[in-house]
Each structure stands twice: as C-alpha cells, then as structure tokens.
Design a protein around this ligand. Structure first.
Ligand SMILES: NC(=O)c1ccc[n+]([C@@H]2O[C@H](COP(=O)([O-])OP(=O)(O)OC[C@H]3O[C@@H](n4cnc5c(N)ncnc54)[C@H](OP(=O)(O)O)[C@@H]3O)[C@@H](O)[C@H]2O)c1
Length: 280
C-alpha cells in the first residue's frame, strides 16, 4: 500500500453526478489530492466553477468533463465508449448522478426515466468498464444506491413499471437492482470492491429533481437546517476508496450494514442481467 501521495501513482477517479452535491465534493477532494478526475454531468458551467475554485495549480490538467444526460442510454454508451478509448485504467468509479422524479416519466428513448438513470446507466458503466477497472491495482465502485431494499423489490415482469408506478416502488426496485449488480461485478472480478452506500442522514445537496411540495419542503427547509454538508457526508466514501476491501459491502454513512440477502440472489442477478441486455 502506498503511504503518501508521492509514493502513489496518480489514480483515475470517475464520478457520475460529479458537478454537484456529494459527487462534486468528491471531485474537489480528489483534485486536491492530486488525482485525475473525470466528472460526468450535464452542466459544464458547474464543472468549470469547481475546477476554478481548486487550490491546486495542476487541477485543470487533471480534470476532465464529459457532458451527458445519463437518463439516455445513448449518452451512457457514448460516455463508456469515450472512457474506454481515452483511459487505460479506472481506480475508482463513483455512481452519484441523481434526479429524483416522484412521477413516472418516459425519456425520448421510451425508457422510464428513473430506471434508466438509476439503473440502466449504472449497469452499462459497471459492466462495460470492467476491463478498465481490472487494470487498476485496487479497483473500487461506490454506488450511491441506499442499501437494504427488500430482496423481492424487483418486478421482473415490468421493470419499467408501465403499470403501478409509485416513487416508493421505483426507488426500492433500483436500490435492490444495484445491490444485485454488485454480484455480477464481483463474480467477474474478485479484486473489485463494490459498495452500495447511502448517507447516515440527509445531506444538504442540490436535490436535483422534479418533486412534489413535501420533498421541496424537505430540500429547502430541512436540508439547510438538519442536513450534513456534502464535504462531511463524503468522508466515509473517501475511506472506502482509499482503503478498499475486495468483495461486496453495504454502508450507511461510515457504518457497514449486512448485505440484504434473498433466497435466490445469484439467480435474480442473472435474470436481471438478461432482462436488461434485452432492453438495451
Ligand atoms: N442528498 C441526500 O440526502 C441523499 C440521500 C440518500 C441518497 N443520496 C444519493 O446520493 C447521491 C448523490 O446525491 P446528491 O444529493 O449529492 O446529488 P445532487 O446534489 O442532487 O446532484 C445530482 C448530480 O447528478 C447530476 N445529474 C442529474 N441528472 C443527471 C442526468 N440526467 N445525467 C447526468 N447527470 C445528472 C447533476 O449534474 P448536473 O447538475 O450537471 O446535471 C448533479 O451533479 C445520489 O445517488 C442520491 O440518490 C443522497
């Protein structure tokens, strides 16, 4: 293990949703630490402000922005292809893009938008970037999908919830799917650390989304009042990335949680993969 930045090779840290909230806090941290940081989001202006605010004179040469709407499969594929063409390795992949929709919404490609952003895109990143992650010394994926959804939360017959969409069901399904994605990822790479992570409590972020009055209230009033600063909330993620343990794990804040284990996890993971390959 390298003991200081001088002895460490420069790492490549890829962060979806790296323009705001916790993703941006991680981007700032790793730019300050001397790493190469690839930020994926929609707003170039936010990225440029983030780099301009860095104290490190070399930050602009180590920061890359890829503009993409990750609710679109086409954009996720384009980003993945670009990363494969232009990078030799990825040391850490942080999946933190978030846009909360309480109602069902179809993308121009005809996919349910939350399923597409919170799972189809992540599936593409995790499976298609496997070789680049394999090239890293101690590769780690931190997937900011709150762990602990019920093992039966996936509606395999209607993954895009054409019928019976509710925010609660959609949220539980993507969270469970992201835990199963860890089985697929670590089965193929025993050196990989795959962590599903949620904050210990509300984080004062941008709360990007189209939400009802209740959530707007929580974001506008409770966020500033009770929420953690993103810089504080990400400290456990930094520990996970800097000292990864191969295999799967689940965290709330700094505390590990038992993995939610169902009776058919391996089978469900394989079923999910083949259903998604059909969709894609
Ligand atoms: N905040 C909390 O209390 C909380 C609680 C539980 C879980 N989490 C999870 O933690 C993660 C980070 O959340 P956060 O609250 O820190 O995020 P946030 O401040 O709401 O920021 C969302 C990020 O996602 C990007 N984004 C949104 N839609 C996108 C799209 N279609 N394509 C590409 N990028 C998109 C935004 O980029 P642009 O602005 O450039 O579009 C921004 O960088 C998320 O996975 C969230 O579910 C957060």
């Amino acid at each position: 293990m390298c003991s200081g930045m001088r002895e460490c090779a420069v790492r490549t840290i890829v962060i979806t949703g790296g323009t705001d909230g916790m993703g941006a806090a991680l981007a700032r941290h790793y730019l300050a630490a001397g790493d190469r940081v690839v930020v994926i989001g929609r707003s170039r202006a936010k990225f440029e402000a983030l780099v301009a605010a860095s104290q490190s004179p070399s930050a602009p040469s180590r920061a890359e922005f890829i503009a993409a709407d990750l609710a679109l499969v086409e954009d996720s594929r384009r980003v993945v292809d670009h990363l494969k063409e232009s990078h030799e390795r990825i040391d850490a992949l942080v999946l933190a893009a978030s846009f909360i929709r309480q109602r069902r919404h179809s993308t121009p490609e005809g996919h349910e938008a939350s399923w597409s952003l919170f799972f189809l895109s992540k599936y593409l990143f995790v499976t298609q970037l496997a070789d680049l992650l394999r090239a890293g010394d101690r590769p780690v994926i931190v997937n900011t999908a709150v762990p602990g959804a019920r093992p039966d939360a996936i509606g395999f017959d209607d993954l895009e919830m054409v019928d019976g969409f509710t925010f609660k069901r959609s949220n539980a399904q993507q969270r469970r799917a992201n835990e199963l994605l860890g089985i697929l990822a670590t089965d193929q790479n025993s050196d990989l650390s795959y962590v599903t992570w949620g904050p210990a409590r509300l984080v004062r972020s941008s709360f990007a989304g189209e939400v009802g009055a209740g959530m707007k209230f929580a974001a506008a009033i409770l966020g500033p009042l009770l929420g953690q600063r993103p810089e504080d909330a990400i400290q456990p993620i930094i520990n996970i990335i800097d000292t990864p343990t191969p295999g799967r794990a689940a965290y709330r804040g700094a505390k590990t949680r038992p993995l939610a284990v169902g009776p058919h996890d391996e089978k469900d993971a394989a079923r999910l993969a083949s259903a998604v390959e059909e969709i894609l």
